[in-house]
Design a protein around this ligand. Structure first.
Ligand SMILES: [Zn+2]
Length: 338
């Protein structure tokens, strides 16, 4: 490191307590990240991001295709901006941001806060709340949340990664607010949500998907939502899983799911499960716990802005899949993009 460049930190003193408390997150964050977020360690953080692969390790000048002298790895040089460094062409005056082609490309805050936003996403923090803690614009948080969610969603849906269910594994399908509550009169003002849960372990492996609102007398709207649900099931539930749903569900009844019987040969109704007492009693007892956990997530989602709900679900699913390793796994997946 040749030069330490002084820049003003965006975080004011009022937020310091909030940030200190946020930074007390244990595990990988504490062991690896926290020391690099303290004053004086800014360049250390930038070097770490580069070596970890969260920002590119090399860059080639944009003029390389018109001038072959530019076709060399650019030079990493100190600069007086919040990034501390930039890439400079060794031939022409071409420059590149060290954020280019990274998840931070369009994120308008320093790297310390960017890393904190990644943790906030893993913890399911609302974008506004995260913006308040850090003293940055909520738009900044949303840009990074959207980028992270897109990567996480792709990973959760990838073939290499375990999706929901598997041959012979029971997968429950229902919608909120109709099916996931014990109330006989669910609140129709709530946004409908598709809940898919694998009944194997507690906590179960879930998939949540925000659905469009519909009027219960509008046949076309209901048909569209039903179509959407069938598409999501095929997308995330492993073929050969045993599908279970209620007979009287408006959006995904036992009868609606029969359209997928070529992919899921065994489709059972909850009522059918109840008729076979012995082995299924344990499953039925688990149903209540499973829906209670799903209900918490769906109700929390009602507090989010409409456009942030899908991001919230992805972060919840990410957390239920990776638990204490959510943050570390996320950093690794983001590094894979480089
Ligand atoms: Zn050049």
């Amino acid at each position: 490191m040749t030069e330490v460049v002084k820049v003003t930190d965006e975080n004011n003193n009022e937020n310091k307590l909030l940030i200190d408390s946020f930074d007390s997150e244990p595990g990988y964050y504490c062991q690896v990240i926290r020391s690099m977020l303290t004053p004086g360690h800014e360049t250390e953080l930038v070097y770490w991001l580069k070596s970890f692969g969260l920002i590119p390790n090399t860059q080639i000048c944009n003029n390389a295709n018109i001038n072959e002298d530019c076709n060399k790895i650019m030079e990493w040089t100190p600069v007086k901006t919040i990034d501390y460094y930039q890439w400079k062409c060794r031939n022409c005056s071409g420059k590149k941001s060290i954020r280019e082609n990274s998840v931070f490309q369009d994120v308008k805050c320093n790297f310390k806060n960017s890393i904190r936003i990644l943790l906030g996403w893993c913890k399911g923090y609302d974008a506004e709340l995260m913006a308040n803690i850090l003293g940055v614009k909520s738009r900044t948080v949303k840009v990074l949340y959207n980028a992270v969610s897109a990567t996480a969603r792709k990973h959760l849906k990838s073939q290499q990664n375990k999706k929901v269910g598997g041959p012979g594994i029971i997968v429950l399908v229902d919608t909120y607010p109709e099916g996931c509550t014990n109330s006989s009169r669910p609140n129709q003002a709530n946004r409908p949500i598709l809940c898919i849960a694998e009944i194997k372990d507690i906590p179960p492996n879930y998939w949540f998907e925000a659905l469009n609102r519909y009027h219960r007398n509008n046949v076309q709207q209901i048909m569209d939502v039903k179509e959407h649900i069938l598409t999501v099931i095929q997308d995330v539930v492993v073929p050969g899983s045993i599908l279970v749903s209620r007979q009287d569900s408006t959006l995904c009844s036992f009868f609606d799911l029969q359209k997928l019987s070529h992919i899921y040969p065994t489709i059972v109704s909850v009522e059918g499960l109840a008729r076979h007492n012995s082995a299924n009693q344990e499953i039925l007892a688990n149903l209540e716990i499973i829906w209670k956990l799903a209900l918490n997530v769906c109700e929390e989602a009602q507090f989010f802005n409409y456009e942030q709900v899908p991001n919230f679900f992805i972060s919840q699913m990410w957390h239920s899949r990776f638990g204490n390793e959510s943050f570390e796994t996320l950093l690794n997946r983001l590094a894979d993009l480089q």
